[in-house]
Design a protein around this ligand. Structure first.
Ligand SMILES: Cc1cc2nc3c(=O)[nH]c(=O)nc-3n(C[C@H](O)[C@H](O)[C@H](O)COP(=O)(O)OP(=O)(O)OC[C@H]3O[C@@H](n4cnc5c(N)ncnc54)[C@H](O)[C@@H]3O)c2cc1C
Length: 270
């Protein structure tokens, strides 16, 4: 097994120059996967940073990678200056947000049974391996807080129990970023469409088919919206939606509209 230092050297030699173009695709190894080593104290961020700045040629990918290290530092300084973030919303107006306490949907999200293939693939990968790609963390996070309107703290708690790179500062700051209640947060009205995210970042459906094997026979055109396949065709490939794989637990357009209304109501309350 490679040591943290060997892992870093290999990443710098083979992958860092393509980081910017490959980092968003969960079916390829486009990121450094150094977070578990950092979490366990096997390598320090300063060592990684020093190796990167030593590189003679720093293309946009190298700079992007250094930026990501900066996000980690940002999360840690946020928690240092605002430790109350560990217990609740940084932006206090979110204390009045109308979250939905739906244990059934929360459980389906955790099990990877939402009926949205990219979300389910991520949640199953997390449960089986303790790992999830950053792009997919954003997609499943957004789905939980925006489509299901379940409090981000439920997601944070679940990630805390599952992620083997779990880090309190990164996890809390990132969940608040996703929910829109943190510092420099993604605006609440920017709602990821799980179908389009899948089509953009897992075009061929490789990642989905790996973690959601019951969708193996689904053609590329439908891999991120299998419910749109004709019933006859579902029978023919023995992948009946509602029998072999769940129907979507919420309809994207409806959930999106309701989330936006909830956000508007928050504005009126404050
Ligand atoms: C909802 C959510 C929860 C998260 N929880 C954690 C967590 O518990 N622990 C954790 O280490 N990261 C967390 N992240 C951030 C990010 O997903 C991981 O750091 C990254 O996926 C680790 O993979 P990597 O080492 O291959 O990253 P690379 O892309 O190779 O990045 C290199 C290093 O930069 C840092 N980094 C990269 N992206 C981020 C980011 N968005 N925020 C902060 N630091 C970053 C990490 O230390 C990472 O190891 C979370 C992100 C989201 C959206």
């Amino acid at each position: 097994m490679a040591t943290a230092k060997e892992h870093l050297e290999k990443f710098i030699k083979n992958d860092i120059y393509d980081y910017g173009t490959k980092r968003d695709f969960p079916s390829i190894k486009g990121t450094s996967k150094l977070s578990p080593f950092i979490r366990n104290g096997q390598i320090g961020v300063k060592t990684i940073y020093n190796q990167c700045v030593k590189l003679k040629s720093k293309n946009i990918s190298v700079r992007k990678y250094i930026n990501e290290l900066g996000w980690r530092e940002f999360s840690h300084s946020l928690i240092n200056y605002f430790p109350q973030m560990l217990k609740g919303n940084l932006r206090k107006e979110f204390d009045k947000f109308p979250w939905i306490n739906d244990k059934k949907k929360l459980s389906l999200w955790k099990k990877g049974m939402t009926g949205y293939p990219i979300v389910d693939a991520g949640m199953r990968e997390l449960y089986e391996t303790g790992w999830m790609h950053n792009r997919i963390r954003m997609v499943v996070g957004s789905f939980l807080v925006k489509h299901l309107r379940i409090n981000w703290q439920e997601g944070e708690k679940y990630f805390r129990n599952c992620l083997f790179d779990f880090n309190e500062a990164n996890n809390v700051a990132q969940w608040q970023w996703v929910a829109g209640c943190g510092a420099d947060a993604a605006p609440y009205f920017r709602i990821f469409n799980p179908i389009l995210q899948g089509e953009k970042f897992d075009k061929e459906g490789e990642y989905v088919k790996k973690w959601v094997p019951e969708l193996k026979k689904v053609p590329q055109k439908f891999i991120h919206k299998p419910w749109e396949m004709e019933k006859k065709y579902q029978e023919a490939i023995n992948t009946v939606i509602g029998r072999d794989y769940p129907k979507p637990i919420v309809i994207h357009e409806v959930a999106r509209k309701e989330a936006l209304e909830a956000f508007q109501s928050l504005k009126k309350k404050n």
